[in-house]
Design a protein around this ligand. Structure first.
Ligand code: SF4
Ligand code: SF4
Length: 193
């Protein structure tokens, strides 16, 4: 099971009108593509990705056509949440990776490259708010090229910090989650269908 596969389990029905990728190509590096015509591991720049965007844009794989990150579909997120600006891609996860008892649709916050994003107050507030509402939340952590990204369930790790509404504790818990992900970073080799 890949946790960072482009477009996996994504509902892409409603991108916010006028919200364009612009100069962002974050998902073309961070996420895995496993299509018949293109197989690319996570955390590796797609060979079709250029400074001017996708060089096969008109014929890009179906999964690339369908994928919209959370910034493009969550109306309440501002421009600062564009992934190349903030350093996190929001993805939607559904299915058996979400513990029983939680809504079976979760947000996953994929770290693009620098873990410094874990100190970003809007991210901390967003995660706190989701956990307070009882919504399942994951942190997506990088892996070496050739391995699958990891996803760490945040609701239990962060429960105490969220209850205390303490930012320092929140950051500490997020860093703990990052360490869990990084320590598992070479656990699962990337496979393609
Ligand atoms: S991460 Fe989002 S904004 Fe950036 S290129 Fe992908 S879909 Fe577009
Ligand atoms: S084919 Fe194009 S849209 Fe798809 S990952 Fe590569 S650069 Fe991005």
């Amino acid at each position: 099971m890949s946790c960072g596969k482009l477009g996996e389990d994504r509902n892409v029905d409603n991108p916010v009108s006028g919200r364009e990728c612009g100069g962002c190509t974050a998902c073309c590096t961070v996420l895995k593509v496993d299509e018949p015509e293109l197989k690319k591991p996570s955390d590796q720049v797609c060979p079709n990705c250029t400074q001017g965007g996708c060089k096969i844009y008109e014929t890009r794989p179906a999964i690339c056509r369908r994928f919209e990150c959370g910034w493009k579909i969550l109306r309440y997120l501002g421009e600062e949440w564009r992934p190349d600006r903030c350093g996190v891609i929001i993805d939607l996860v559904e299915g058996d990776q979400i513990p029983a008892g939680f809504r079976q649709a979760a947000l996953k916050f994929e770290i693009v490259d620098s873990p410094n994003v874990l100190f970003w107050p809007p991210l901390i507030r967003f995660i706190r708010s989701e956990i307070e509402r009882g919504h399942p939340v994951f942190l997506g952590t990088p892996a070496a090229v050739g391995y699958e990204r990891r996803m760490v369930f945040l609701n239990y790790i962060m429960a105490e910090a969220v209850a205390a509404r303490d930012n320092t504790l929140m950051i500490h818990a997020l860093r703990q989650a990052l360490q869990i992900g990084l320590s598992d970073a070479m656990k699962e080799k990337a496979t393609f269908s």
